[in-house]
Design a protein around this ligand. Structure first.
Ligand code: AMP
Length: 191
């Protein structure tokens, strides 16, 4: 199996690059943001809880998020060539849980691809996405909160994964195809 985390700030292109990785490497995509938005649109109990956090730019609590991911892995990951985790982990406890969730399924995390994009470009991309898709959390107030949460709670994962030798930094600014070429080279260098 090839299990990858696509890591980066909101607006760094995780969704765009995931779609290309799925095509090229035949991996299964798990986006925790998409899982939550699907619950919100179906107005499930979980969707109602998720909405209160998402619309405030806050993270869903770790225990809840980890149990959701465990369920999604159970339903979707069996027999797959590998998984791209998009938007998970976002905290150190989530990273530790991911390790355990993979280990209990007899597999491991192979690399963390870090999309590095300057902050002004992130804001511009999310504002454009908000206009194009109507995504509720892509408005300037919520974007600012999401970036604060990213700096405080998520960016420490960069050092966490660098310490394990699994972090592959990629310049996530500019042309989608060039970024994808750099990611592919990184993945192929894993051997
Ligand atoms: P995303 O689509 O990955 O940008 O996620 C959208 C929103 O869903 C985030 O701002 C969080 O409120 C929530 N979310 C997604 N993934 C997670 C996670 N791993 N932990 C906590 N909250 C999450």
């Amino acid at each position: 199996m090839l299990n990858l985390v696509l890591f980066g700030a909101p607006g760094s292109g995780k969704g765009t690059q995931s779609a290309k990785l799925i095509d090229k490497y035949g991996l299964h995509h798990i986006s925790t943001g998409e899982v939550l938005r699907d619950h919100m649109s179906r107005e499930t109990e979980l969707g109602k809880i998720a909405r209160t956090y998402i619309e405030n730019g806050q993270l869903i609590p770790d225990d809840l998020m980890i149990s959701i991911l465990d369920d999604v892995l159970e339903q979707e990951a069996k027999g797959k060539k590998g998984v791209i985790f998009d938007g998970f982990p976002r905290t150190i406890p989530q990273a530790e849980a991911l390790k355990e969730l993979l280990q209990k399924r007899g597999t491991d995390l192979h690399a963390v691809v870090g999309l590095e994009v300057p902050e002004d470009e992130l804001v511009e991309r999310m504002l454009n996405r908000g206009k194009e898709t109507g995504r509720a959390d892509d408005n300037i107030d919520t974007i600012r909160k999401r970036l604060d949460v990213y700096h405080n709670q998520t960016s420490p994962l960069r050092d966490y994964y660098s310490g394990t030798g699994k972090y592959l930094p990629v310049n996530g600014s500019g042309n989608v195809e060039d970024i994808f070429t750099e990611i592919s080279k990184g993945i192929e260098s894993l051997g």
